[in-house]
Ligand binder design. Structure first.
Ligand code: SF4
Length: 169
């Protein structure tokens, strides 16, 4: 049986009901929080755009995550696109990046190309998911060939060693 828990608004976690009962009687909240350790809520609200809501990364977390990191804008470079197999190595060597970007945009593979930085932004679906994310399994369909940015996450990123973890329901 799953124990019912009461949300603890101070820390975004929960405490058991007996804690709140005791607290309501005559004990202070501070005492109750000390007596009944708070459990971090599994429905902790994550906003990928607010890094303060992110969680410190631990090995194995991805196994139970809905892949929120794969809903963030993804910037890649030409070698990434070659590894992904969407640009031919010959084309990468002989075609102007701007022309390649035009073709990829037409094919719906990129949303944007930054001419100055020669950075391509991979297309996202209406849901915000990366073009390469499997919507059902929440797994990357090109994991072995994934771009450099994805390989470095979350060691490198907006908040190093933290990620927008969201537990699967
Ligand atoms: S390429 Fe794969 S790992 Fe990278 S954002 Fe897309 S789905 Fe996620």
């Amino acid at each position: 049986m799953v124990e019912q828990r009461i949300e603890n608004p101070r820390v975004g976690g929960s405490i058991p009901p007996q804690a709140t009962k005791s607290c309501n009687a005559q004990l202070s909240w501070a005492f109750c929080f000390a007596a009944f350790p708070t459990v971090r809520s599994s429905i902790h609200i994550v906003d990928v755009d607010r890094t303060e809501t992110w969680t410190r990364y631990r090995a194995g977390m991805c196994d139970t995550c809905v892949a929120n990191c794969c809903t963030m804008p993804l910037e890649v470079r030409l070698p990434d696109l070659v590894r992904l197999g969407v640009v031919d190595p010959f084309e990468a060597l002989h075609e102007a990046p701007k022309q390649i970007a035009k073709r990829l945009e037409k094919a719906g593979l990129i949303d944007h190309f930054n001419f100055k930085r020669e950075v391509f932004t991979i297309a996202r679906r209406a849901s915000g998911d990366c073009h390469f994310l499997d919507a059902k399994t929440r797994r990357c369909t090109v994991y072995e060939q994934r771009p450099e940015t994805c390989r470095k996450h979350p060691q490198v990123g907006p908040r190093p060693h933290h990620c927008p973890y969201g537990a699967k329901r």
